[in-house]
Ligand binder design. Structure first.
Ligand SMILES: [Zn+2]
Length: 464
């Protein structure tokens, strides 16, 4: 029997057994999947009246768009991800008040907040305000020639997933880009005409007094908008109802977590009656805003302080994620659940952000290559066949992370090992069902789809 026939003869029965293993493990919907589905209510399409002069459109695209009504016209805060969704919002805003847009404020330069800009350019002289370093995150990666974050971003956003596989993105409804090529391949954005580069600047437009406040957090170019007359704060992506994405798995430079907590504190000091976040529905009512922002700030600060404490004890990132546990009082709050970001990723980001890649363990200075380590692990297990058997055991006992890690060892030695690919795909699919964090869920399922495709391609290439 040649090698090819041998592999294929092994694959079929394994596929069948996997189908059995997986379907039996996933008959009941997990608590995490149930919670994530329940979240979709947060993304219902609606225009919410936030105050006498403020209306926020939610659920049209992935991020809210707000309208501030002045005597002589409108100011728009953030414009959404696409011109198409922004046009629908513009039309519905007109039904409430038919005045011209005089200015747009971007809370930061992320595409999901700026790409709809063109729909609000009622006249060419609309002022477009943003903070200095606008678009810094994308620009710094582009300048270095790094583009992989687009591919990883598409996996994080779940663009490879079918409509049935998608639930939501944790803080936004499921969304597909018009063009292939990645998460940011949508409409062209409009450029800011006015940049502010101080800590705080008051602008008066259309009879509205507005304060723009520097608030480095999720990005360097983040600001929040303070409308004193109505006591409404527009917090940008420094706030939304989820454990915040202090690190994005698509790959981002270090997000200054201390600064993020300070930015929330600064909004809190304004004593708002309402806060409009960068995603999810606004928080209304002075008491609720105070309680929510206080917990949000304190939870971030707790995680940062505890991580630093662990770092100074000499703990490695892998040890830190066990050492730092959020107190139950934060874990139980729905708006701090890890729908989008995940505390473990933030802990690792803090370590890397301050100390870089070296975990402090001398063994890690010059580790074995993946393949060298895998050869030794597989030998320990009693050879390749015995290792595959271990994978099968791990799947049957629902030890999915270990199954995936064992598959990685097999694939490090034999990159085209179809059984390992398919087992890994099933392990990742099972892990996806067990995780609340939508970005991780999307990434797991995307990887599984890619593995199955790759395996299929190998099978086809082996047809006689
Ligand atoms: Zn955003």
């Amino acid at each position: 029997m040649n090698m090819v026939v041998k592999i294929r003869s092994l694959v079929l029965p394994v596929l069948m057994s996997l189908g059995f293993v997986f379907s039996s493990a996933c008959n009941a919907e997990s608590e995490q999947t149930r919670l994530l589905k329940q979240r979709n209510a947060e993304f219902n399409k609606e225009i919410i009246r936030v105050s006498d002069r403020v209306y926020t459109a939610v659920g049209y695209g992935v991020s809210p768009v707000s309208m501030i009504v002045g005597a002589k016209g409108l100011i728009i805060v953030d414009t959404g991800i696409s011109v198409e969704s922004a046009k629908a919002i513009r039309a519905d805003f007109r039904k409430i008040v038919d005045k011209p847009v005089k200015a747009i404020v971007f809370t930061h330069g992320h595409p999901d907040h700026i790409k709809g800009g063109a729909a609000f350019m009622d006249t060419p002289d609309v002022q477009v305000w943003a903070r200095t370093d606008f678009g810094h995150e994308q620009h710094s990666l582009a300048e270095a020639g790094i583009s992989i974050q687009k591919r990883r971003g598409a996996m994080q956003a779940g663009f490879l997933l079918s409509a049935e596989q998608r639930i939501n993105n944790g803080i936004a409804k499921a969304y597909w880009p018009k063009r292939k090529g990645g998460v940011f391949a949508v409409d062209k954005s409009i450029a800011p005409s006015h940049i502010f580069d101080t800590d705080r600047q008051t602008i008066t437009i259309a009879g509205i007094d507005l304060e723009l406040v520097a608030a480095t957090g999720e990005t360097h170019d983040q600001l929040y908008v303070w409308l004193p007359s109505d006591r409404v704060a527009f917090a940008g992506d420094n706030f939304y109802k989820s454990w915040p994405n202090l690190y994005a798995i698509r790959g981002t430079p270090y997000r200054d977590i201390r600064s993020w907590a300070n930015a929330i504190d600064s909004v809190l000091q304004e004593q708002p009656n309402a806060v409009v976040g960068g995603h999810t529905r606004p928080i209304l009512g002075k008491k609720r805003v105070k309680e929510t922002l206080t917990n949000f700030r304190d939870a971030i600060q707790f995680l940062f302080d505890k991580t630093v404490e662990g770092i100074n004890k000499g703990l490695t990132p892998n040890q830190l994620v066990e050492y730092v546990q959020l107190p139950k009082k934060y874990r139980d709050l729905d708006y701090l659940r890890p729908y989008y970001g995940n505390p473990q990723w933030a802990i690792r980001a803090i370590f890397g952000g301050y100390l870089g890649w070296f975990d402090g363990n001398a063994t890690s200075l010059f580790p074995l290559s993946d393949k060298q380590e895998a050869e030794r692990i597989v030998a320990l297990a009693g050879g390749m066949e015995a290792t595959v058997k271990q994978v099968d055991n791990a799947m049957r006992t629902e030890d999915y992370q270990w199954a995936a890690q064992l598959c990685d060892h097999i694939l490090a030695i034999t990159p085209n090992h179809q059984q390992a690919m398919l087992y890994k795909a099933d392990a990742l699919t099972a892990l996806a069902d067990k995780i609340l964090t939508a970005t991780a869920r999307n990434y797991y399922i995307s990887s599984a789809i890619q593995l199955r495709k790759k395996s299929q391609k190998i099978s086809l290439s082996q047809e006689p």
